[in-house]
Design a binder for this molecule. Sequence first.
Ligand SMILES: Nc1ncnc2c1ncn2[C@@H]1O[C@H](COP(=O)(O)OP(=O)(O)OP(=O)(O)O)[C@@H](O)[C@H]1O
Length: 727
Amino acid sequence: MRCLRTKLEDELLKEKEHVEAIRAHILRDAEALRGNVRPSNDYTETVLAAILQNQSRELIKSHRQPHFARIFFKEHGRAVKEDAYIGRFGIFERETLQPIVLDWRSPIANLYYDDSFENVSVEVDPKHPLTFDLERKRQFEFRDGSLEAFYDSENGALIDRLLLERLSARSGDKLQDIVETIQAEQNRIIRADARENMVVQGVAGSGKTTIALHRLSYLAYQKRNNAAHTQFLVIAPNRVFLDYIANVLPDLGVEGVTQFTWEDLTHHLLPKKTKFASEERKRALFFEETDNGKCEEQRVTVLAARLRGSMAFAKLLERVVEKVAKQMVPDADLVLSPRHQMTKEEIARRFFEDYRYEPYLKRRKRLLDSLSRFAQDAIKDEIARFDKRLTKGKYADALEQSAKIRAAIEERYERFARTVKNIDIYALYRKVLMSENNVSRVLATLSDDTELNEQTKRYVLTRYADSDSSWEWEDSAALLFLTRQFHGFASDTRFAHMIVDEAQDLSAFQIFVLTKLSPNATLSIFGDISQSISPYKGLTSWDEVTRDVFLDRASYKTLEQSYRSTVEIVTFANRALRHHQTPGIPLAKPVLRHGAEPEILKTSEAQEVALLIELIGRVQSEGFKQIAVIEKTMAACSAMQERLQKEASYALPLLSEKTERYEGGLHLMPIYMSKGLEFDAVIVLNPSANAYDANSSLHAKLLYVACTRALHRLYILQKDSLTPLLK
Ligand SMILES: Nc1ncnc2c1ncn2[C@@H]1O[C@H](COP(=O)(O)OP(=O)(O)OP(=O)(O)O)[C@@H](O)[C@H]1O
């Protein structure tokens, strides 16, 4: 035993010396890099300087903890055993290019993340994958920049130990990187081929957002191009969420990625005059009305939204666009003079073949430009012919005659040009919606309830009859699609890869539009159908995306393990979904991290405020800082905020769409704002039978989202009788 301990201590000493040697190298290298960066006007030198600066930044970041793991392995067919250190960033000998620490994104580092120890395939060169056996994985524990210990393992148990440690210590401040504990199933998603479209269904807390961002980092590393990050787009649900994830990408070595909410993207791409009605009325309809009389309106609203978010509608619009485009080109020859004519076939060939890569209104412009040039050439030619005759002295008033020739040809051209139709996409779209036939046909593909279909059709026809009415967000996909087909998108929205998070709240048509943003772009789509809490716009199944948008050519992956919450919290949250599970969508399985049982605290109207304040104090005194007090709706939040102020002069800040910066801490929020975020402790206010109907899958999902936001503690403050969903 004594001997063994000495051996371990010796090994630790060696590892410590190695860390110091790497640190000395880092300092030397960073100094050398700084010396090489010189300001210059030359493009190549500027790019080089940016790369050097980037490398120098990464080196400095590595100084505190140069690596987190070491692997011992043997390549098949080779006798020698090898080993490698793995860190957040690669460190190498500049002269010999020998690696000192491998970047976690490098091909060999895959050995560390794979769950198998034998026959692990690694694509150093995609054409010739190599196979390895892994002998051991070693993890290092650094505290305050000093190497304290290491742990060896010949199986996966090691990562599990570290994972549990990390999850227990996690505080829901802002999202963090997980490079030390990426799980094998997550690793496969992060490292999936950049050329493939991917849909990931992951339960709450399975790390979707986290690995989506690690995937960007991995793809940027693969490109090894300083401008790579500018080719990425992240689509996320709201500004608060974007703020919440803001720190991770720079930590992962990727900066300057474009990040948009769907609303931002829409405003960016559509003319400023396009006004959308606020979502408030709909949220109120679904979240605040408990009156059954509203049921009818809810069903019509859902179907009217599904109509405009469906791929059947997208296909209908595609057909409309094709038909309208055909009508844009006149069915007549352009006759400018007996010698200057262009056949309708030639005009159509230009429009449909020569300019086929352009959107239709750009084609129209190009066609008119070319016809105008043709007309100018015709004018010149006719005047020249006339001039020749003039030299023979046949006409007296030359100037007047030239002007007449010019005017006649120009008039014929203008008359013809007016028949090359211009298209107002807004009027076109309204016309599509006002067609009973169109609307009925699409509705029939979505529902066989003829009465509901009829009511929905009436709703749409009435809603859009007034040409001044504002648009609904459900129209944004169609308007963007028509914009793309007729005007094209600005070139600053060309991306190589797009990450869509919380995609369950987008429609299939919205995702289809994203696939059209840039030619050749691929998408990684992350979401959870069990958290689809916007019934008036979101997806009900991934089939709509994999089958109808990607035509079965996207890979579909699932994540079932939930890392965020304790076993007790996940089990409690799963209760809500028990009777409302979407077929094919599994319930969350917790990682074996235990904690306190969720507590249901009974209270009364008179005591509610005092108990809430006391509970917040109790949670804070346990050292938890990120705390969410969650209500079902914004109206209920405002009411509680007011009561706290009035009854106890207690200020509880509200998290809303208007919140610009998210700094963490204690907040009151409606469930839909808590989506995607996480907190040390969550207090759910009064989930009563009245507010959460046992038969409503929407209400079940709302509770599931609320409860799964908690990392360590979950409390239910129950004033009225508890909803059966949580019993
Ligand atoms: N492999 C891992 N190692 C350590 N922590 C992890 C790992 N995977 C996930 N986590 C942690 O689990 C929590 C949940 O991750 P994340 O928010 O990315 O999940 P999500 O699937 O997007 O959740 P939701 O859908 O509920 O919003 C985060 O705190 C994240 O750091």
